[in-house]
Structures are given as structure tokens and as C-alpha cells.
Write a protein that binds this ligand. Sequence first.
Ligand code: SIN
Length: 191
Amino acid sequence: MAANTIDHNRTRQNFEGIDSVWLFGYGSLIYKVDFPFLEQKPATIRGWARRFWQGSHDHRGTPEAPGRVVTLIEQPGAVCKGMAFRVAPSVFEHLDVREKNGYLRFSTTMTFDDGGQAEGLVYIATEDNEAFLGEAPPADIARQIAQALGPSGPNTDYLLRLAESLRELGDQCDHTFAIESCLKEQLSSER
Ligand code: SIN
């Protein structure tokens, strides 16, 4: 699949006659809310696990030295916690550009912390996209993140802010926290 998903996403869902859509955010969409929303609620989705397996050439790295950002990997029984936003369909014009490096919009069922469920959308970078990097040991992922820098800032900010947001949401994301502690160890041993 082509690296730039903007055109592909525009053909995926028909928003005609729809006033608002639920969007599930599990990565930077939790803490970098640069879009208007009508409502916001912590939520979970089932069967997906958050992983730092996607390369970032346009936000937290460059084509020569990609950073690592999160995507979702199918995993039966897994529960992924995040933040759900109810947005106007026009918001996807901005989000499709922001998430253009490999992410496609998929339909999902989300369960809100305050009870109830809704159908909505989630951006996922599947392994057939050109920027997909895949699995690596936490220490290697942390080393790559420590070195990467892109137009949206250092890759370390992405990891540290995500880890902090997940703690605030009460999510025990072992994968994210393992990479965070490797990064902190590496940074303190460099001093
Ligand atoms: C998301 O946050 O839901 C998608 C991945 C990202 O932009 O970090």
C-alpha cells in the first residue's frame, strides 16, 4: 500500500447525512487534540493491542531516520484503552492529512468507561503499509526513539507524553511502559 493514505481514506466511509462520528484515539490522538470535538470520553476497544511498530517519516522522524509511533495489532483477548471523541465528519479532512503516513480508517465498536457502546472509527497502520517497521526488542525501539526527530518534534516527546496520558487514563500498557523505562535508563546512562 502507498505510503500516503489521504486519497484511500477519502473513499472508505460515506459521511453523507451524518452529523457526527465517534473516533477512537490510542496514540497521539489522546494527548495532541488539534481538532474540534463535540464530546470526549475514555473508552476501550477489544481485540487490538497498541504497539510501537509503525515508522514515522513525517512527524517524529524523517525518511532517512524514521521514528517509531504506535499502531494497533490484532490480538484476540487484548483490550486497548484510549480516548473517544465525537467529531463532525469535516474533522477527517484534517485528520486524514495528519495520519497520512500509512494509517487507514477502520470501523470499530468502542465501550465507554461510563457505560454504553458506540460504533466509530479508528486509524490503524496495517503491516502492508510501506512505513511499517514491525516488532523489535523494547531496548532497540527505545534507542531508535531516542535518536529520531521530525517536524512534530522529538520522538521521545511522543513516547513520554503517551505514557503519561495512559497513566492518567489508568491504563497499564506494559508495552509502552517497557519502552519508556528503557529510554529513561538509556538517557540516564548517557549522563
Ligand atoms: C491514534 O492516536 O489514534 C493514532 C496513532 C497516532 O496518531 O499516534
